[in-house]
Each structure stands twice: as C-alpha cells, then as structure tokens.
Ligand binder design. Structure first.
Ligand code: ZN
Length: 114
C-alpha cells in the first residue's frame, strides 16, 4: 500500500480524523476505533514503515519514543496502576490490519495472552 493511501499516514497528516491522545513531531497516539479494551490506543511513527522488518528505517530515537509515548498514553488514560499490554501484531497471521507499524496499548480490563 502506498503512503498516499495508508490510513495511518492520512491520520498522521491530518487528512483523516482520529481521537488523538498524544501528538508530537515523530510519534502519534490515537484511540483505536474498534477498541477491544476499555483503553485501546494505537501508537505510530509518523514515518511510514510497514512492519518490524522495516523498523531499521526509523531513527533509533523514534523507536524509543514509540515505547515512551505508549507509557505516556497509558498514564494519561489512567491504566498504569492496573497495568496494560503493549503489542505489535506483525503480519496477517498475527492480525495486522493496517500495514503501517503500530503498537497497541490496551488496558482497563484483565488481559491474557491470546
Ligand atoms: Zn503509513
């Protein structure tokens, strides 16, 4: 999928609405429209990379920020005490639906391993 058509690139460019939780130069966090937990946020690099196989294309600092922003979003939404999961579904068998790398931050209920 091209970056022009990628829905997460569109959200990052402000061409598509999302309920943004955290916004900074290289990383964006917004609520998952099909959330599967009371708190379900997606954290993305603004730069388009499809999956973990392309993560080397991101600057190291951005990779670190993906995790820091995941924590910041969890704090903002009040789930750090109860705990939360940070997951990457990588590829079709893992249920990746949008081929723009993203971290799922999920909390607010008991989460098991799938
Ligand atoms: Zn994209």
């Amino acid at each position: 999928m091209s970056e022009a058509e990628c829905i997460f690139c569109k959200i990052a460019r402000g061409e598509m609405d999302a309920e943004v939780v955290h916004d900074e130069d290289d990383v964006l966090a917004f609520k998952d429209i099909n959330g599967k937990a009371p708190v379900h946020v997606l954290v993305i690099p603004r730069q388009h990379v499809a999956n973990l196989e392309e993560i080397g294309d991101l600057p190291d600092a951005v990779v670190k920020r993906l995790f820091e922003v995941s924590s910041a979003a969890a704090q903002k939404l009040g789930v750090t005490e109860g705990g939360y999961a940070v997951r990457v579904n990588n590829g079709p068998d893992a249920g990746q639906e949008v081929f723009h790398l993203h971290l799922h931050v999920m909390g607010g209920k008991r989460l098991g391993m799938p």
